[in-house]
Design a protein around this ligand. Structure first.
Ligand SMILES: *Cc1c(COP(=O)(O)O)cnc(C)c1O
Length: 392
């Protein structure tokens, strides 16, 4: 089998072997329903609470503020829909941005159809949201501000601390989609004035289909999934014991080695960015050069289609993305690249490479060599490129 070079860690990650080992007994041995009374279920219940404590401690929260969900998308849906409902008497205006994940954007659009008013803030050419623009958008009926901590496509890290302070000053709820930063960058929900926070296990080497919503103590948000009394009657359904245990273990590892991992990824990322910008003409780096996720590198290559590049990379065993997994396969260019002001023809030539702490320099070198070769080959077949060269 050809060697696989996996450079799509923003889409999902490999489950840590330690997390798999930690999960296994909850499939085979301690399979009891954690809500049951008999002592056989006790071990499952204990393991869930241990994971909850680990996850809470990692972001400066209390264990009872952590609610397990089916992933980042569910957490985002819950935060927005329940906040809109809970604060309907106060107002119906929500502030978010044009570069959020679709789990936020499509939920906001749904809420608009149901009587909410939503302001979608612009970002600058690097994808940064301006705290001043957040402040200016606040009006008497504003009930919620939702700004992601870092963008999954272009990697830009947002000034969440400043935005949290503004929200607090105005007594407005603040939600952040921290799916890309949880376990990758330091987070403190109190210092950052975060009231609601979404995270997902599979973006930090945990299993798919499990996430969390942090809900600040005292917030009166309704249940999202109705049924049994699990998760303090706010999220019904038999606990995903093994998934939650895997989430806890992956987070423990991530919190413990966050600094070393981030440093390693940043060095490799900057090396990769340097090589691409130096060795390939007509390419731009998307996102902020320094306020950037440690493992993210996002580019637009002129005169080529990102999709063609991805297919040819795949033939060389390289997994990368044109933006987000959700927009791949669609012909519309990414809403994020359009929001940073790129024209359609440039946005179409996008490539996102997302590294992990397990990516090696050899893999990066192999990938860059292939990208160089493929970009050149595609450009030589492109009439646009030929025309452009004539005009230079
Ligand atoms: C992956 C991702 C999500 C969705 O999380 P799932 O667990 O896959 O539902 C939401 N927001 C961001 C920023 C993401 O990167």
């Amino acid at each position: 089998m050809k060697k696989l070079i996996y450079l799509d860690n923003a889409a999902t990650t490999r489950v840590a072997p330690e997390a798999v080992d930690a999960m296994m007994p909850y499939f085979t041995e301690y399979y009891g329903n954690p809500s049951a009374i008999y002592s056989f279920a006790g071990e499952a219940k204990r393991a869930i609470e241990e994971a909850r404590r680990t996850l809470a401690a990692g972001i400066g929260a209390k264990p009872e503020e952590i609610y397990f969900t089916g992933g980042g998308s569910e957490s985002d849906n819950w935060a927005l829909k329940a906040a809109a409902e809970a604060y309907a008497a106060k107002g119906k205006h929500i502030i978010t941005t044009k570069i959020e994940h679709h789990a936020i954007l499509h939920t906001a659009e749904y809420l608009e159809k149901n009587g909410c008013e939503v302001t979608y803030l612009d970002v600058d050419e690097n994808g940064l949201v301006s705290p001043g623009a957040v402040r200016a958008a606040i009006r008497p009926g504003t009930i919620l501000i939702s700004v992601m901590m870092a963008n999954n496509e272009i990697g830009t890290v947002e000034p969440v601390r400043e935005i949290g302070a503004i929200a607090k000053e105005h007594g407005i709820l603040f939600h952040t989609d921290a799916v890309q930063t949880f376990g990758h960058m330091p987070i403190d929900v109190n210092e950052m004035n975060i009231d609601l926070l979404s995270a997902s296990a599979h973006k930090l080497n945990g299993p798919k289909g499990v996430g969390l919503l942090y809900i600040r103590q005292g917030l009166k948000l309704r249940a999202f999934v109705h049924g049994g009394a699990q998760e303090r009657q706010r999220r019904a359904g038999t606990h995903n014991t093994a998934g939650i245990v895997g989430f806890g273990k992956a987070a423990e590892l991530a919190f413990h080695s966050m600094e070393q991992r981030a440093e390693y990824e940043m060095r490799l990322r900057d090396y990769l960015i340097g090589r691409i910008l130096d060795e390939i003409p007509y390419v731009r780096l998307n996102g902020d050069r320094t306020k950037r996720l440690p493992g993210n590198a996002s580019f637009c290559f002129r005169f080529i289609e990102g999709e063609s590049l991805l297919i040819l990379l795949d033939q060389n065993g390289i997994c990368a993305s044109s933006g987000s997994a959700c927009t791949s396969g669609a012909l519309e260019p990414s809403h994020v690249l359009l929001a940073i002001g790129l024209p359609h023809e440039i946005a179409h030539g996008s490539l996102r490479i997302s590294l992990s702490f397990q990516t090696t320099k050899e893999e990066v070198d192999f990938a860059v060599d292939k990208i160089k070769e493929i970009v050149e080959r595609l450009r030589n077949m492109s009439p646009l490129y030929e025309d452009a060269l004539k005009n230079i």
